[in-house]
Design a protein around this ligand. Structure first.
Ligand code: UDP
Length: 218
């Protein structure tokens, strides 16, 4: 029996990441099919030339080691599914594109999806199941928690701390902090697309605009 690989989620995020997964395996010289797992499927089907099945059907397939990348933008779902996989002794898979750039001392936990043109510079620590979509970057001395999601084109500058479950929208720019006073984006915060974040963001809040301000719920 051999290793088996799958992308969990076959909607937008999963179908965008499947080609990244294919080139990841090719780069490592591994010849293996990659499955889609999706719980909305009641029977096995084909999506973009890949076998697609439910989680229970995937779990039933015989294999020594199963590696699964959770390709779902909602971080709470990623956390729930990661716990399920760990419980079932299925490994969290990390993938990156051929042109993803990791510089020095980048410590990144399992389950990451690093899309094409993503750049992570030096002395960076990142938690579980990080999603960095197309063209996003993370500059030096950043600390990023678990289940953090970057939409495309996020500019995360140096000395920024991002806590668990933060979502950063497309094209947002976050001002650099300093080693003594990092800029902090608190747990579960949402940064709207195109926001220019010039100061720390409190946990659980949504900020939008330039300069970014709290979006008051009506
Ligand atoms: N999904 C799943 N199991 C879950 C939750 C979600 O298989 O417990 C699937 C869901 O059926 C859908 C995909 O994950 O196909 C999420 O797609 P969505 O369009 O909501 O988001 P995106 O692809 O942008 O992350």
């Amino acid at each position: 029996m051999t290793n088996m690989y799958a992308i969990y989620g076959s909607s937008g995020c999963g179908r965008s990441l499947m080609p990244v997964a294919r080139e990841h395996l090719k780069r490592l010289g591994i010849q293996s099919d990659i499955y889609f797992i999706d719980d909305r499927l009641t029977e096995q089907t084909i999506i973009n030339r890949h076998i697609a099945l439910s989680y229970s059907a995937f779990k039933a397939l015989p294999s020594n080691n199963k590696y699964v990348l959770i390709a779902i933008a909602n971080s709470k779902i990623r956390e729930k599914l990661a716990q399920q996989l760990e419980h079932d002794q299925i490994l969290l898979w990390s993938i990156q594109a051929n042109n993803t750039l990791l510089m020095d001392e980048v410590d990144i936990a399992e389950g990451a999806a690093l899309s094409p043109f993503v750049t992570l510079t030096s002395n960076i620590k990142i938690g579980k199941c990080f999603h960095a979509n197309l063209y996003s970057y993370v500059e030096h001395d950043c600390i990023i928690g678990d289940y953090v999601t970057f939409a495309p084109g996020v500019k995360c500058n140096g000395n920024i701390h991002i806590e668990d479950h933060v979502y950063i929208g497309t094209g947002a720019v976050i001002k650099q902090g300093t080693p003594e006073k990092p800029l902090v984006i608190g747990k579960g915060a949402i940064v709207g697309m195109g926001a220019v974040v010039t100061k720390s963001v409190a946990a659980g809040t949504t900020v939008v605009g330039n300069p970014a301000r709290i979006l008051e719920k009506k």
